[in-house]
Design a protein around this ligand. Structure first.
Ligand code: ATR
Length: 282
């Protein structure tokens, strides 16, 4: 139920029914003593929904699939980082003026930084979609050297050209020497939990392997990587950090990241046991 006099925050996506963002943000609001409420909206018309942010004085919005790129056209301003990534996942409403930001790249870089020094290392990025762009931006910002690997050659080559980095087709991944591999594709996401974007024998050369998928918590890629002696970094950390950076933009305060991680993890574990709801955003 929506309580009166609360500051309203929202998720815009389609679908949103199984998103874990509401439980994560509402838990953070309670802990931070913020009288806020975060509500998921399954958006039918994006332009009308964005107008509704101003009309209803919604203080902040998370934007997810499939609106991260199209939403830019309806905002008053988008920061340079989100423009370069080409996607907005966060809207801040300051007195009716809507600004767009991207915290996905921060989610990726904070997850990597917790495990290693990024500067000077080589990172294989699997995929060439929006999440790959966020990874590219974050890794370049951190002083790392990205290499793009993608199933479809033209898409991968195009992205690599735009960002000034090397490209390899998926079947030539074995030729690359790199410290870390980051999967940005959806291969291995529930319900396809027995699939991995890359054969296990190609993982032995990496010290770290990160997956942006957090459902399941341990994807086949991460299970294979662990068996190959790699240190694994989960999509859960990225999800929590991108959400925490949204809260920072909305409130100017540091959110309780450990608690946010804990509630999301509990929900996902309950789901693994078959007793909880599913989830959907990546
Ligand atoms: P997002 O915005 O979440 O990154 P996207 O734009 O749909 O999603 O991009 C998905 C990426 O995952 C693409 O690079 C896609 O490869 P293609 O360019 O060849 O389509 C990659 N991908 C999706 N399914 C895949 C699969 N089964 N095997 C390999 N790559 C896959």
């Amino acid at each position: 139920m929506i309580e009166p006099q609360r500051e309203i925050f929202a998720l815009f996506g389609n679908p949103v029914a199984h998103s874990l963002s509401p439980v994560m943000h509402n838990t953070a609001f309670r802990k931070m003593n913020i009288h806020g409420q975060y509500i998921p909206f399954c958006v039918k018309n994006l332009e009308d929904a964005v107008r509704g942010i101003r009309g209803l004085n919604i203080r902040g919005v998370s934007v997810t699939i499939p609106f991260k790129t199209t939403v830019i056209a309806y905002l008053d301003e988008t920061d340079d980082e989100a423009l370069k990534v080409g996607a907005v996942n966060t809207i801040v409403n300051e007195g009716g003026r809507l600004t767009g930001h991207n915290t996905d790249w921060q989610g990726i870089i904070l997850t990597l930084r917790n495990a290693m020094e990024i500067e000077g290392k080589t990172f294989v990025i699997l995929g060439a979609g929006g999440t790959a762009r966020a990874a590219l931006f974050g890794i370049l910002r951190g002083g790392g050297r990205p290499v793009i690997v993608n199933r479809t050659r033209e898409k991968g080559e195009q992205l690599a050209k735009e960002w000034g980095c090397p490209f390899y087709p998926l079947e030539e991944t074995g030729k690359i020497t790199a410290e870390c591999l980051v999967n940005t594709t959806s291969v291995g996401m529930a319900p396809d939990t027995d699939r991995s974007p890359i054969p296990r024998e190609l993982l032995t050369g990496y010290r770290w392997v990160m997956d942006v998928i957090y459902n399941p918590l341990k994807t086949k890629l991460l299970r294979d990587a662990e068996d190959s002696g790699c240190t694994v970094l989960s999509g859960l950390d990225m999800f929590v950090h991108q959400g925490a950076e949204q809260l920072k933009l909305w409130t100017g305060r540091e959110p309780p990241r450990d608690l946010m991680r804990q509630v999301v993890q509990e929900r996902l574990m309950a789901k693994d046991r078959g007793s909880g709801a599913g989830y959907i955003d990546k």
